[in-house]
Write a protein that binds this ligand. Structure first.
Ligand SMILES: NC(=O)c1ccc[n+]([C@@H]2O[C@H](COP(=O)([O-])OP(=O)(O)OC[C@H]3O[C@@H](n4cnc5c(N)ncnc54)[C@H](O)[C@@H]3O)[C@@H](O)[C@H]2O)c1
Length: 248
């Protein structure tokens, strides 16, 4: 069945992989990202292949503009049925040096931005009595991460938000699940190599992954597709560990 889906952070990495996967599976996809040029170009490429996507330059922390983009998605494609709340940032800072503004910015984007995205998209799903929300959290919320207290805390919030909404909307035909990736080959994971020159290259981290390969955006995308299918209607409030066995 063709669905109307929103993917946030769709200009690169996991979000781009998910948007491409969903568009190629025949769904109508609204691709949202604060990098307007990149998201428009990714959407144009998919449309040139014959798929149905629209692109919006939007910061998920800016509720007003996000609301406008979601309203334009409804006008273009109809009510929102699927939300992949993926957009997020990651930064490194020793905890004792962390400025309040850095802590706040992380929460504003990674947690409050997700709150805005879900709250603005959910009414359509409630009205339809069917909906799927997948949030992208992080293994750092499960096992911790040095110099990333703000990031790990924001992602822990995403997991809790996911579980709370799963229970609140379970009787409405809406499932809400989270995928906490470990190491996925994206711009974000590449940038972590460069932070201070001491982080291992992601290729070297393969040894730590039981399946002996780095995750790809497609690994996350195919799990999202299943979570958003009718067949996954009995799965809600779950952390689906798509991580090559790194955390069980
Ligand atoms: N790559 C990994 O190994 C990994 C591991 C754990 C969790 N994650 C999570 O996966 C998600 C995607 O990360 P990625 O690795 O694909 O990163 P990425 O940097 O490659 O892509 C993130 C995209 O989100 C966009 N974005 C960032 N802030 C935004 C905002 N405020 N509004 C709109 N768009 C915004 C960026 O422009 C970018 O296109 C993030 O939530 C990240 O925390 C990634």
């Amino acid at each position: 069945m063709r669905r109307v889906a929103i993917v946030t952070g769709a200009a690169s990495g996991i979000g781009l992989g998910v948007a491409q996967w969903f568009a190629r599976a025949g769904h109508k996809v609204a691709m949202m990202d604060r990098n307007g040029e990149a998201v428009r170009s990714a959407s144009e490429e998919l449309n040139a292949e014959g798929h149905l996507t629209v692109a919006f330059e939007v910061d998920i922390a800016d509720r007003e503009n996000l609301g406008v983009a979601i309203e334009k998605t409804r006008a273009a494609f109809g009510p929102i049925e699927v939300l992949i709340a993926n957009a997020g940032i990651s930064e490194y800072k020793p905890f004792l040096e962390m400025e309040v503004a850095e802590w706040q910015r992380m929460l504003d984007i990674n947690l409050t931005g997700m709150f805005h995205s879900i709250q603005l998209a959910l009414p359509d799903m409630v009205a339809a009595g069917w909906g799927r929300v997948v949030t992208i959290s992080s293994m750092s919320a499960q096992v911790g991460a040095p110099n990333m207290a703000h990031y790990a805390a924001s992602k822990g919030g995403v997991t809790s938000l996911t579980k709370a909404l799963a229970r609140e909307f379970a009787e409405k035909g809406i499932t809400v699940n989270t995928i906490p990736p470990a190491i996925v080959h994206t711009g974000l994971s590449r940038r972590t190599e460069e932070v201070d020159g001491t982080n291992p290259r992601i290729e070297a981290m393969v040894q730590a992954v039981p399946v002996k390969r780095i995750g790809m955006p497609e690994d996350i995308a195919s799990a999202c597709e299943w979570l958003c299918s009718d067949g996954a209607s009995y799965v809600t409030g779950q952390e689906i560990n798509v991580n090559g066995g790194m955390y069980c």
